[in-house]
Design a protein around this ligand. Structure first.
Ligand SMILES: [Zn+2]
Length: 244
């Protein structure tokens, strides 16, 4: 079957003498892996160099019995020059690619994730505060991939959370200060941090961008989001150490 879609390049690797294998996150079919035959020999064969995080229009032959398909056309749509000119922003883009590649299953359509990736890349080129974009992306991808933390009420006594509360990565959410908790890695979250996460979960990308992220909020978000993601992925991401 021949399929056509828009696709963001997650990663690539050289394949045999002249070819390259690329993993894309596509708008219509989710994560798709394909081989671009002869791309390293004939640079004019494809209308794109398949660089990381570029957006391309692709056409591919979908094989039934393999998850490695044949990419017949790949034309560049957006290269994101402003991101590539800034080291921190390119690292933040690479972190997003690695996170999506780890968290999303193969060949399962998810338009919301595609849109989130496109909005994140667009904003990376326009918004100065890179850390804020990373935190908003992390909160939204957790929710979209089914790992949304429980923040509305205490996981033990089910009372509504008012004021500070303990966040347990193991339990996946908040426990009030009155309830006993054996998770020694739990950290205290301030009400402002909880409110910011809930705001991002409930609002679209552009409304989430309007939030102001103070230094103390960023510190709490960085700790809690990174640990929560590491717990669910079962490992650290290679690109993680570059994050601010
Ligand atoms: Zn409680």
């Amino acid at each position: 079957m021949i399929l056509q879609t828009e696709a963001i390049v997650l990663k690539t690797m050289d394949f045999r003498e002249t070819s390259r294998i690329a993993t894309f996150f596509t708008k219509d079919y989710g994560k798709v892996k394909g081989v671009l035959k002869g791309i390293r020999k004939d640079h004019k064969k494809f209308g794109s160099n398949v660089d990381k995080f570029s957006v391309n229009d692709i056409v591919y032959y979908q094989y039934r019995n393999s998850d490695l398909h044949l990419i017949s056309q790949c034309d560049l749509r957006n290269y994101f020059f402003p991101i590539r000119q800034d080291l921190k922003k390119s690292l933040a883009a690479s972190y997003m690619l690695e996170l999506v590649n780890s968290i999303m299953p193969t060949e399962e359509e998810n338009r919301d994730v595609y849109q989130l990736m496109a909005e994140y890349l667009q904003s990376l080129g326009e918004v100065a505060d890179t850390d804020k974009l990373v935190y908003i992306f992390q909160i939204k991808i957790l929710a979209l991939s089914g790992f949304q933390p429980h923040l509305d009420s205490c996981l033990k006594c089910h009372k509504k959370i008012v004021g500070r509360a303990k966040f347990s990565t193991q339990l996946g959410g908040l426990v009030c200060l009155e309830c006993p908790l054996s998770d020694h890695a739990a950290t205290i979250l301030s009400p402002g941090t909880v409110a910011s996460i809930l705001h991002v979960e409930k609002n679209d990308w552009s409304n989430s961008l309007r939030l102001t992220f103070s230094a103390s909020l960023k510190k709490e978000l960085k700790y809690v989001l990174n640990n929560f993601l590491i717990f669910h992925l079962g490992r650290k991401l290679k690109s993680e150490k570059y994050l601010g």
